[in-house]
Design a binder for this molecule. Sequence first.
Ligand SMILES: Nc1ncnc2c1ncn2[C@@H]1O[C@H](COP(=O)(O)OP(=O)(O)OP(=O)(O)O)[C@@H](O)[C@H]1O
Ligand code: SF4
Ligand SMILES: [Mg+2]
Length: 393
Amino acid sequence: MSLTSVDPASSEKRSDEPLLRVENLTKYFPIRSGILLQREVARVHAVEDVSFSIHPGETVGLVGESGCGKSTTARLVTRLLDPTSGKITFEGRDITKTSQRELRPVRRDMQIIFQDPYASLNPRQTIGQIVGAPFRIHKTEGDTKKKVQDLMERTGLNPEHYNRYPHEFSGGQRQRIGVARALALRPKLIVCDEPVSALDVSIQAQILNLLEDLQDEFNLTYLFISHDLGVVRHVSDRIAVMYLGRVVEVAGADELYENPKHPYTAALLSAVPKEHSDTSISERIVLQGDVPSPVDPPSGCSFHPRCPKARAVMGKSVQLTSEQAEGGQVSLEEAAARTAARDGDDRSVDLSQEVPENCRKEIPPLGEVQKEHFTACWYPLEEGEKLQQAAKA
Ligand SMILES: Nc1ncnc2c1ncn2[C@@H]1O[C@H](COP(=O)(O)OP(=O)(O)OP(=O)(O)O)[C@@H](O)[C@H]1O
Ligand code: SF4
Ligand SMILES: [Mg+2]
């Protein structure tokens, strides 16, 4: 399988321009030490070389384990954080370095919904004040109270509760308040950062349905973030999978489920309860070892210390070698080289190591392995390939 290095942000052959394009986005958080001179002693590699795009009316899901950089990506694309490097283009305009004053009109078109609806609502303000704030900040004309009550009604809240405070609402209702506030200025893009993670499952479905209905009604585009692949699959047209600050796979939602190419995606999918998925991965792939620290990510492919595929690549070589060596004719290295040649694979395999050298030393580019299916892996999974071997801790 060939791996051509293509930027998924630029290779999509859609006629419409992306609403949001992110290219090589990187964010490091400095770790400082010292009493007087706060010297930078290390960096958290929160987001590293991330590229993707979102087209008008599309929902792109962003998934990955806790700490992999999802929220940082959300804050970067909405310019709540400044990137270390990379480029953010919104509606064809480069907004990477736009000043906060110049960003004001852009902010109307770009909103964010947070995970914890309670923490993101000021407890001392009424719902009327909270949902009405965007109208006041942007000095819009018309009857603010009427507009707020219309929004409350549209998002499933009782408009008569205009003067109530956040603590008087349930978790699901509070998230509806967050949605109403995000919707106030009729944005084009809403970044939903784990909008249902804090809610009961039954309430989750209600909020997801609300977001879906609003998307149709207001022609919204979503970047939908979650650590839950089941939820993301439900709402997304395309899904990007993150691991340790990097996007390791991007594909259409159905394609990603049915034909994951990256071993990490396969492991994530294998953990989704079967009633919530129709993934091709039938057996649970248990990854051993913890997610490495983003302060000092592993060399090469950062998944290599936990990757079952990398070990299978080596295991396969040894197994075939022993078969061929039955006649006592060839050395292990020679047989491995012959196997690689037979498979049309010119990547050399060092049998003294547990993981192939390129996995350990070279960062795999996000390459197009199938039409509009991108993965960052030197040995992408074949269709239906079984991957059960757990990596050593
Ligand atoms: N302001 C900050 N200063 C230093 N490190 C930070 C800061 N914000 C985030 N990080 C670190 O950056 C990494 C990515 O964090 P981020 O919150 O983006 O992850 P996440 O994928 O949203 O996780 P979760 O699923 O838990 O919300 C983490 O290691 C986190 O500790
Ligand atoms: S590049 Fe190597 S270590 Fe990384 S996911 Fe692919 S097989 Fe595993
Ligand atoms: Mg987060």
